[in-house]
Design a binder for this molecule. Sequence first.
Ligand code: UDP
Ligand code: MG
Length: 320
Amino acid sequence: MTKITVVIPCFNEEDALMIYYWEMEKIMEEMKDVAFELLFVDDGSRDRSLSIMKTLHEKDKRCRYLSFSRNFGKEAAIYAGLKNANGDYVAVMDVDLQDPPALLPKMYKILQEENFDNVATKRGDRTGEPRIRSFLSESFYKFINKISGTEIVEGARDYRLMKRKMVDAVLEMSEYNRFSKGIFEWVGFRTKWLEFDNVERSAGETKWSVGKLFRYSLEGITGFSVAPLSLAAVIGVLFCMLSFVMILVIIMRTVIWGDPVAGWPSLVCIIFLVSGIQLFCTGIVGQYLSKTYLETKHRPIFILRESSEEEERRGALQKP
Ligand code: UDP
Ligand code: MG
């Protein structure tokens, strides 16, 4: 029997977990010909999420859980889930039902019948989202797709169903600074895109602040493009050419009209402008340097505190 592992990253999701499970129960009932494994990844939650996962595991052995020692972020949770998934197919899904489980049978059918390696999803519209947020995110996608060779699909969600081959390829990319939207594209394979309308969160609230989103977008840019690094060189060349023209003009002017001393305010402005640009470019180099620095440390992407496997093992030892 084919097995589907569903990886579900959870961070402080005590309100959403049971609702999610009930919804998935229906889907698992519907897809009788497939074995399921629900792999909940507790990303260092500080609420009752973990104890709910434990209850679920006790009640239904198809539910497993991994629990991190602290909050490592959704990207780390996805990686840990993929790494521990046993299924022939692996899905990544949010716990808040914003990734509708009802799509799963359709996704599975596509992989069975058509020649695709994974089915990915994107949002059809952005209703219910603040204007400014939509605008910022649209600009981000435009910008990153201009400067990156890897296409980052606008509105793409992390919700997708992949074949084993693709999961293994994603796991090969064991970089520390993870940007899933880029990684899934970078590994290639044949992707079928499904679109669905924005759904409201089932319970709880979003874990993404504006600051977190900004850092996430920087992650995407530095992770999948090195174009900003050439910015300093390009601006440098432009300024050299400009100053060359200026030198010529000033020499000519001095020869023709003499040399009246004037213009120090403009000089100060120019010094400010140029040093500003220099600092900006140094900052860009710094961004890449800091990523490289973290990458060379080879820190683990996540650290487990406990898991359902561990508990089972302990239980087996204790039994007489
Ligand atoms: N999440 C996580 N770690 C985090 C932040 C979020 O595992 O540090 C999980 C969260 O529990 C949810 C999913 O990632 O299942 C998506 O988060 P959220 O719904 O807050 O994001 P949004 O849908 O608003 O983009
Ligand atoms: Mg959500």
